[in-house]
Design a protein around this ligand. Structure first.
Ligand SMILES: C[S@@+](CC[C@H](N)C(=O)[O-])C[C@H]1O[C@@H](n2cnc3c(N)ncnc32)[C@H](O)[C@@H]1O
Length: 367
């Protein structure tokens, strides 16, 4: 329990970095400094850039909801099909002309739509959004996350199971509320992730690949296109296997990777967007199960968005809050995962660069 009455420690150790950061923060907060910065030219540029970032931080939820309205109304797809007049756009979105105009202008200010000689088309960001596999599915899915985040403190205090926790139910012995919907969402967003792993790691040097927590097998199908000689195995919960169609050429193994042994005979294991879903104890159990099932010379590849403080808002900010709403797991930094892999008995860990770390980073663990 938090004790609001507890006094702060009287004396804190003074660290030069801490003192410098405190001085910087006092300076930035001072009205005189702000006024001076806005008068002088380089200061004005910096002040404007900071103001823009602060505005974006404050308005981020509004931006997300503009995108959600475009996707859910069908307007995004309608604009991709043909240029539309405002009346046609209103008809497509089933909104009044005034509401449609508000939405189109809001989206235009974000580069998602664009007005060209009286007609509306997609802007550069709108075109990129539709070209990114799985992004529309993710935007629709965010309805649940944002419902939980409407009260962020309640979410962080875990006062009750929120919408996301009820969907992604990992409690022992429970079933995912809708294993098919869940696996479809994963499959829709899988191509972006698979592209990172396939660009980073030479799969063709292996003989037999087991994808642990492989869902509907989307990652294995992508790997097979890349390395057709691989024999493929998929391990997932029996209820997930029952809810998804089998793919030719993929051997399916049902079980719980926190308590059941994994099948032997595979020289490469993959954990794609799996480890960060689990609290430390369960995550370590999964790594140990992989280590126990791999023959000497075997490898484990971990593919997921990894956290990094400061530079990557998708890590601790997005995934930190997403997994907190899910009430299971946490994003980890590569160093933390490496320490866990060593604790699980792996001899050596190597980082592999991916084209888009925002989507996924990659670690290889050697037996
Ligand atoms: C976030 S999804 C990732 C799916 C897939 N790897 C991907 O990237 O699209 C996590 C997967 O782990 C599976 N999973 C979760 N808990 C599990 C458990 N205890 N035993 C086996 N599989 C589990 C889920 O069913 C799901 O398919």
């Amino acid at each position: 329990m938090l004790d609001r009455q507890r006094p702060l420690p009287a004396a804190r150790p003074r660290h030069p970095g801490l003192a410098l950061a405190e001085w910087r923060n006092r300076l930035i907060a001072s009205p005189r400094f702000q006024a001076l910065a806005q008068r002088l030219l380089p200061g004005r540029w910096i002040a404007r850039a900071h103001a823009r970032r602060l505005f974006d931080l404050t308005a981020g939820f509004v931006y997300s909801q503009i995108t959600a309205a475009l996707v859910e109304s069908g307007l995004l797809r309608a604009l991709a099909a043909a240029p539309l007049s405002e009346d046609e756009a209103a008809h497509a979105a089933r909104l009044t002309p005034a509401a449609t105009r508000t939405l189109l202008l809001a989206a235009a200010s974000l580069g998602i739509t664009q007005r060209v000689s009286g007609h509306w088309i997609l802007g550069v960001r709108g075109a990129a959004l539709l070209a990114t596999p799985g992004l529309e599915a993710m935007i629709r899915h965010h309805r649940l996350l944002y419902a939980d985040l409407a009260d962020p403190l309640a979410m962080l205090r875990r006062s009750g199971r929120g919408a996301l926790a009820r969907l992604w139910d990992y409690a022992p012995g429970s079933q995912p509320a809708d294993a098919a919907t869940y696996s479809e969402l994963m499959a829709a967003t899988q191509p972006m992730v698979a592209a990172q792993a396939l660009a980073a790691y030479p799969f063709a040097q292996h003989h037999r690949l087991l994808d642990i927590g492989g869902g509907s097998g989307a990652f294995l199908r992508a790997a097979a296109e890349h390395a057709p000689n691989l024999e493929l195995g998929l391990f997932d919960r029996p209820e997930v296997l029952a809810a998804t169609a089998a793919s030719p050429g993929i051997t399916r193994h049902g079980g719980d990777f926190r308590s059941d042994p994994l099948p032997g005979g595979y020289d490469l294991h993959t954990l794609v967007r799996v480890l960060h879903d689990h609290d430390d104890e369960a995550a370590l159990a999964i790594l140990k199960a992989s280590r126990a099932a791999l023959a000497p010379g075997g490898r484990l590849l971990i593919v997921e968005p990894m956290a990094a403080l400061g530079s990557a808002p998708e890590g601790h900010a997005y995934f930190g809050m997403y997994l907190a709403a899910m009430q299971s797991g946490r994003p980890r930094e590569p160093g933390e995962i490496t320490t866990m892999l060593q604790a699980a008995g792996f001899a050596r860990v190597q980082r592999k660069a991916t084209p888009l770390p925002l989507v996924a980073s990659c670690l290889v663990a050697f037996t």
